[in-house]
Design a binder for this molecule. Structure first.
Ligand SMILES: [Zn+2]
Length: 93
């Protein structure tokens, strides 16, 4: 099977380009607010490198990328989300 051309996106932290499938997608949905991996609207992507998603400046970068102020509730959800990354580290496949 020939894989389709992957959709490439830039990590907002390290500015490297990755296959979209390997990135954490955060979308500011028009109706539902901030969503992970779904939604329509302005999106930001973070790669699965620990230096990126646990970057102390990542929240500021996210706010800038999404052009919105992030609610404390969102930060909680975000931190839960990135914890699952620690449980399942990217083995570089
Ligand atoms: Zn990155």
């Amino acid at each position: 099977m020939i894989p389709k051309n992957p959709v490439m996106r830039i990590c907002i932290s390290c500015r490297k380009t990755y296959d979209r499938k390997n990135l954490l997608k955060i979308t500011k949905d028009h109706k539902q607010g901030i969503l992970f991996h779904k939604g329509m609207g302005r999106s930001a992507y973070i790669c699965q490198s620990k230096t990126c998603y646990s970057d102390s400046k990542i929240k500021k970068k996210l706010q800038k990328a999404l052009k919105t102020d992030l609610e404390p509730e969102f930060i909680e959800i975000f931190e839960k989300e990135i914890k699952t990354y620690n449980d399942y580290p990217n083995k570089g496949i």
